[in-house]
Design a protein. Structure first.
Length: 393
């Protein structure tokens, strides 16, 4: 398969290197990715630099596009490429926001585009090994999951920005969902001075029959740190990484022999490339696009919880043409009602100030209520003629 890379994010390099290393694939060009291009060029001297994403639309030999970053031009190109049916592999970031992800979901429902999220934790060896151990009840019944981070602020001695906190949580969220389950309750808090900045943040995730997951981040003063601990009836499992984030170590202390494993941080590229090949072949594989959209839903829930200072219940709903139509019609209907009300008030004021003949009054009344009547008629026609089974799928 021929791949192109659109956008710049060095964290996605393991996947790009996996494409280059696989003889059945080819990374033919990068667009808007100077940092990635410079990092990949030593292993791929013939890697071209494209001028614009628009040239990818006419490339009939291109099989898939890797989307990185949240640049406006990159996201605009992703929308156009998805609309033409070009398979996309998206490396998600919080800056892309849920609106962009749901736009692609709607496009995918209308066209044969293949959307595949690049979620590194789904491909890392240790996270997959830990999930297998949990599925085999190695720890017995799970009590809770705790993930702790320490991040060095920029500049040193300062506080963490909201963007840094959100990016750190979003990176870890998929691991918590992968191991703990499909959480639908969020309680979040941030501690920091009134003038801005975060010294500590905590997110608690919950769900029916799921182990509670607690994620926390705080300012680090000496070195960054990352550790996840899972506690169960029969023991604990600990996943840690060194300060340079180059290796992960897994330690399982439960009934039987203790297990200790270590592996590189960038071992996920080849695994996700293999899964993408299976999806192109028509097989159902994980991660799915739903895994990504629900992570964005949880991220939005965190912001609402911080703002409202209470636990947020999440209600996952697959976007569809019907739900989009309902939203648009609701907004249009409210606007027409307000305009009709304002028109009636203005008409009554004018009628009290001026004398109108009977014909003119009838015409004015018809003109006032005609838009509202047309709107209600069109909405009724849509719901009567639209097949319900197709809408709710």
């Amino acid at each position: 398969m021929n791949f192109a890379l659109l956008g710049d994010d060095l964290r996605a390099l393991p996947f790009a290197r996996a494409v280059i290393a696989d003889r059945t694939h080819r990374l033919q060009c990068t667009i808007g990715a100077p940092a990635c291009h410079a990092a990949l060029r030593p292993n791929h001297p013939r890697l071209d630099v494209g001028a614009s994403w628009e040239e990818l639309l006419a490339d009939k030999y291109l099989d898939a596009v890797i989307i990185l970053g949240a640049d406006d031009d990159v996201m605009r190109g992703a929308r156009q490429l998805a609309a033409t049916g070009k398979p996309l592999l998206l490396f998600p970031t919080p800056e892309q926001q849920s609106t962009f992800v749901y736009e692609l979901t709607l496009i995918d429902a209308e066209s044969p585009a293949v959307l595949f999220p690049l979620l590194p934790w789904r491909g890392r060896t240790l996270s997959r090994h830990l999930r297998d151990a949990l599925n085999q009840q190695a720890l017995g019944g799970l009590h809770h999951v705790r993930l702790e981070r320490r991040i060095l602020p920029e500049p040193p001695g300062g506080l963490l920005s909201n963007g840094v906190v959100a990016a750190a949580f979003f990176e870890d969220l998929d691991l918590l969902r992968y191991l703990g389950g499909d959480y639908d309750q969020v309680a979040a808090s941030r501690i920091g001075p009134e003038q801005g900045g975060v010294s500590m943040a905590t997110v608690t995730l919950g769900g029916r029959k799921l182990p509670q997951a607690v994620w926390s981040v705080a300012v680090g003063r000496e070195a960054p740190a990352w550790q996840m601990t899972i506690s169960g009836d029969c023991g604990t499992a600990t996943l840690t990484t060194a300060g340079d984030d180059t290796r992960y170590a897994l330690d399982i202390r439960a009934s039987g022999e203790p297990i200790s494993l270590a592996t590189a941080d960038d071992d996920w590229g080849a695994e996700l490339l293999s899964r993408f090949e299976q999806q192109i072949a028509g097989k159902k594989v994980a991660p799915t696009w739903t895994d990504l959209t629900r992570s964005f839903d949880v991220l939005d829930g965190v912001e609402r919880s911080v703002r409202r200072r209470r636990t947020i219940e999440l209600y996952f709903e697959t976007p569809s043409e019907r739900s989009q139509f309902k939203s648009q019609m609701t907004a249009a209907g409210c606007s027409l009602l307000l305009l009709t009300l304002a028109g009636v008030v203005c008409f009554l004021m004018a009628a009290s100030m001026f004398r109108f003949n009977e014909t003119l009054l009838k015409v004015a009344v018809v003109l006032l209520f005609l838009p509202l009547g047309l709107f209600l008629g069109l909405q009724l026609l849509f719901f009567l003629t639209k097949p319900r089974a197709a809408d709710d799928s």
